[in-house]
Design a protein around this ligand. Structure first.
Ligand SMILES: NC(=O)c1ccc[n+]([C@@H]2O[C@H](COP(=O)([O-])OP(=O)(O)OC[C@H]3O[C@@H](n4cnc5c(N)ncnc54)[C@H](OP(=O)(O)O)[C@@H]3O)[C@@H](O)[C@H]2O)c1
Length: 295
């Protein structure tokens, strides 16, 4: 029997936030499948450790770029550095994400969760569109969360000047990931670039520690999270839906989908609101000062 062709062998895959957790495991799995991997992180020492892990566990020398997504200038530089080194981009995986126990602002003045989880990948993807279109058939994979179902959008106060709560901010940013996916899928419909978004499962990674509040609430948080971790899936399992979205022939030509457990599923009703989808695109383009070009 002939082996099925390997759809990712030799392809260039850029995966953000691959210094730990789900991103690192997805990078490992894709490297083992023969992809040429470029990872991003914000901390040089953690990037070096991830590269060493890729060498030891997958036997590959991956590329790496450093950028803190809390800076739009750093995101612009990341895109420019990638383009200077790589002529093609077959799969872009927007995985980097964070939760923030307290409300902080980025150097650009945006609430950090919204900036890191939504504005940064929005800008990065737009800046890399020419590479993706040139490499078609290509894929964009956005890592959202089932938490998007609890999200809302308020264009008068996207960064929670009023009523910041960790899960409200996180859920809004993840709803933005789903809305962004649908808006981009529409724009790239005839360009040979598919755009899908997924929930990786509830996974035992370091992200939960970042959500720990200060003071007496920290002990309460730890008491709740510690037993919960026992029921969470491994980062390796979390990477599976990313690998599926990035490589599966089932998804050839399929775009604008929300995936859970390797299956398309309807996202939250709000995520299917076309007016909201387009408004978020326009607002995001304004906030990151995107010069939109035709590809
Ligand atoms: N874990 C879950 O249960 C779960 C569920 C649903 C969705 N997700 C999503 O899955 C994705 C990966 O999360 P994870 O659970 O694997 O968490 P993780 O282990 O904390 O990994 C997050 C990655 O994002 C990077 N990152 C965080 N803030 C950044 C910033 N400001 N600039 C650049 N990179 C930054 C981290 O870099 P550092 O190493 O420097 O921190 C790390 O590489 C996220 O988008 C998350 O929302 C996770």
């Amino acid at each position: 029997m002939l082996n099925a062709p390997n759809p990712i062998d030799g392809k260039c895959v850029l995966i953000t936030g691959a210094t730990s957790g789900i991103g690192l495991e997805a990078a490992l799995a894709l490297a083992r499948m023969g992809a040429r991997i470029v990872i991003t992180g914000r901390n040089p020492a953690r990037i070096d450790a991830a590269l060493a892990s890729l060498r030891e566990r997958a036997g590959v020398n991956a590329g790496a770029l450093c950028a803190d997504f809390a800076s739009l200038a750093a995101v612009r530089k990341l895109a420019a550095d990638f383009k200077a080194r790589h002529g093609r981009l077959d799969v872009l995986i927007n995985n980097a994400g964070s939760v923030n126990a307290t409300r902080t602002l980025t150097e650009d003045g945006f609430e950090t969760t919204f900036a890191v989880n939504h504005l940064a990948p929005f800008l990065l993807t737009n800046l890399l569109l020419d590479r993706l279109v040139r490499s078609a058939p290509a894929r964009v994979v956005n890592v959202a969360s089932v938490a998007h179902t609890r999200g809302d959008m308020d264009f008068d106060d996207p960064g929670f000047k009023h009523g910041y709560r960790i899960l409200r901010a996180y859920s809004r940013s993840k709803l933005a990931n789903v809305l962004f996916t649908r808006a981009l899928a529409t724009r790239l419909a005839d360009k040979g670039v598919t755009v899908n978004v997924l929930h990786p499962g509830t996974i035992a990674t370091g992200i939960w520690a970042h959500g720990a509040p200060a003071g007496w609430k920290r002990a309460l948080f730890t008491a709740v999270i510690t037993p919960m971790r026992l029921t969470m899936l491994s980062a390796e399992r979390g990477a599976q839906t990313i690998v599926y979205a990035a490589t599966s022939p089932d998804l050839e030509g399929k775009t604008g989908l929300y995936l859970e457990k390797n299956r398309p599923k309807p996202p939250a009703p709000l995520a299917l609101d076309d007016a909201l989808t387009e408004r978020l695109w326009r607002e995001s383009a304004r906030l990151v000062q995107l010069n939109e070009q035709r590809h």
